[in-house]
Design a binder for this molecule. Structure first.
Ligand SMILES: Cc1ncc(C[n+]2csc(CCOP(=O)(O)OP(=O)(O)O)c2C)c(N)n1
Ligand SMILES: [Mg+2]
Length: 569
């Protein structure tokens, strides 16, 4: 059998080959003595393209953004200092269900065998700290040895791919170039197929309930995208004439222009007809639902008791739990099994937010800003939102085929800048729009230089409002701890690349903004919009105010006079 054929290969070369076979074409990270041997193999073999980042945190964000558009991403860091810098981003990938392979070029096996103290360690004669640190943020981890490398490399890559979760591997610096026996056949990433009886029964149970239902509906969380079933869900919705709502974290996964699209469901934070349709459905199919306070209108979401919960590899229908089924096969089966419905009335679409007349020469406000941005969006855009008032983007209506890249569950500020680099690398031909506040930008700003270095052409919309406005809605309305330094943001493209062709703008009025939005996308556009530190959309301030109640409790400091930014009345 050809699959049992083996060949001899250097461990590092084999790792790079497996990554390439898994569809990874770029590797993000920062060099260090312990990973240089692998980097040289990358150079010599020309397998992957190296994208050096300014720091490992940004590399982890980039690998995540890359994986969102490419299916799988990877980063390479150096022992101790690298993985510990990257761990926040990798934890975010875990939280958001994004498969990322974090490779640490690690101390040589020789120093472990001989008990030699090494730099980038605790200098305490222990070797497992970083493997252990990664235990809560990865689905699998291993230190490679010449004995286990062939099997562990495959196990880790396949685990990341199947589970849609990060993995961590240490490649000791003295074995990357050693030869081992490896399989000749390419890596097989195909999902395991379902158990036939479980699949049949599961499909029959779902189809029977859906066919009998009067008001079936579908609720989509991010796993729908991660497991590649968004088009199946739209097909099922069309066939059943059933409405589909999405959780914030699944923004853009359902085409928002189809008649079945209901909009965002988040308990009382959703439009009344969305809430009613989901909460009173007599057959709700929820995909990968993982509620947290910010996706449930502070826990006011309430799904019907009989909701069918489908996940990547298991389904709950009533009292039954089905294991060994894949989401894709379940949905394909259900689509084939349910009768086509011709004349069910769909709930009224949520009316777009009313437009207000704006005075073009007046100082730019959040309200006018987002109204202009709504008109700027076009089909196929990739959209990034960082934490802050930029969350308003979640409420805009997206044209078809847009991809939203966010981190709703983990929400580490600065994520979107690294993710932008990663996703630009994966899909440079698409238009990428980043929406970010000054505070979030300051965390990861250096990576703008890498974006410029590789001639990418995103549009960066930065709100300069003097600090952490979203936090002022929790506490510290005017406190200096919510202020940040007032950078000359629009000058940064030139700082980061002397010969840049980027077009930079500082926008103070609506008219300024409209002029900028008419600029062609043939080079990077950087738009710094100056806004008041207390100008925040009501949805954001309300959510922060409620968050403060949850965070600090009824006797918390948020009740003191004028300590909290509240919605304008
Ligand atoms: C790594 C990390 N540190 C701290 C926070 C807390 N945090 C959430 S939003 C935010 C402020 C965002 O400010 P900015 O980006 O300027 O957005 P604005 O609300 O002002 O538009 C902070 C500090 C976080 N989410 N992640
Ligand atoms: Mg700000």
């Amino acid at each position: 059998m050809s699959s049992s054929l083996t060949q001899r290969m250097q461990i590092g070369d084999f790792l790079l080959r497996r990554l390439e076979e898994a569809g990874v074409r770029h590797l993000f990270g920062v060099p260090g003595d312990y990973n240089l041997a692998l980097l040289q193999q990358l150079e010599d073999t020309g397998t992957l393209k190296w994208i050096g980042t300014c720091n490992e945190l940004n590399a982890s964000y980039a690998a995540d953004g890359y994986a969102r558009l490419n299916g799988l991403g990877a980063l390479l860091v150096t022992n101790g200092v690298g993985p510990m810098s990257a761990i926040n981003g990798v934890a975010g990938s875990y939280s958001e269900h994004v498969p990322v392979i974090c490779i640490s070029g690690s101390i040589p096996l020789r120093s472990i065998d001989r008990g030699l103290g090494m730099h980038h360690t605790m200098a305490d004669g222990t070797w497992d700290h970083f493997l252990n640190a990664y235990a809560p943020v990865t689905a699998a981890r291993a230190r490679l040895t010449p004995r286990n490398a062939a099997s562990e490399i495959d196990r880790l890559i396949i685990t990341a791919w199947r589970e849609k979760l990060p993995v961590y591997m240490e490649l000791p610096s003295d074995i990357a170039y050693l030869e081992i026996e490896v399989p000749t056949a390419p890596l097989d990433l195909a999902s395991p197929s379902s158990d036939p009886e479980r699949l049949r029964s599961c499909i029959a149970a779902i189809a029977a309930r859906m066919a009998a239902a009067k008001s079936p509906a579908i609720l989509v969380d991010a796993d729908a995208g991660r497991f590649g079933v968004t088009s199946d869900l739209m097909e099922l919705a069309a066939r059943m004439q059933a409405p589909v709502a999405t959780i914030n974290a699944a923004k853009s996964m359902i085409d928002e222009t189809i008649p079945n699209n209901l909009g965002i469901y988040a308990g009382k934070a959703s439009a009344p007809q969305v809430r009613e349709t989901i909460e009173t459905s007599d057959c709700l199919l929820a995909i990968g639902y993982r509620p947290i306070e910010v996706t449930t209108g502070d826990f006011t979401a309430s799904l019907p008791a009989q909701t069918i919960h489908a996940r990547g590899y298991s389904v709950d229908v009533g009292d039954d739990n089905y294991q060994a089924v894949t989401l894709k096969e379940v949905l394909r089966g259900v689509i084939d099994a349910v009768p086509r419905v011709m004349n069910r009335a769909l709930p009224r679409a949520v009316a777009p937010v009313g437009r207000t007349q704006v005075d073009g020469s007046a100082k730019l406000t959040q309200a006018a800003y987002w109204q202009a941005i709504q008109d700027y969006l076009r089909a196929g855009d990739v959209l990034y939102v960082d934490n802050g008032t930029s969350f308003v983007l979640l409420g805009l209506q997206l044209p078809p085929n847009c991809t939203f890249v966010g981190s709703i569950n983990w929400g580490s500020i600065g994520f979107s800048v690294g993710a932008l680099l990663g996703a630009l690398t994966a899909a440079p031909e698409r238009r990428h729009l980043l929406f970010i506040g000054d505070g979030s930008f300051q965390v990861a700003a250096q990576e703008l230089s890498t974006i410029l270095r590789h001639d990418h052409k995103p549009v960066i919309f930065l709100i300069n409002n003097g600090g952490y406005t979203i936090e002022r809605g929790y506490l510290g309305k005017t406190e200096s701890y919510n202020d940040v330094a007032n950078w000359s943001y629009a000058d940064l493209p030139r700082v980061f690349r002397r010969d840049t062709s980027a077009r930079s703008f500082v926008v103070k009025t609506v008219n300024d903004l409209h002029k900028v939005l008419a600029t062609p996308n043939d080079t990077m556009i950087f738009v710094e919009s100056i806004m008041d530190s207390h100008d925040a959309p009501a949805a954001v301030t309300t959510s922060s105010n409620v968050g403060a109640e949850l965070d600090y409790g009824p006797r918390g400091p948020q009740h003191r006079a004028n300590l909290q930014l509240r919605p304008a009345t």
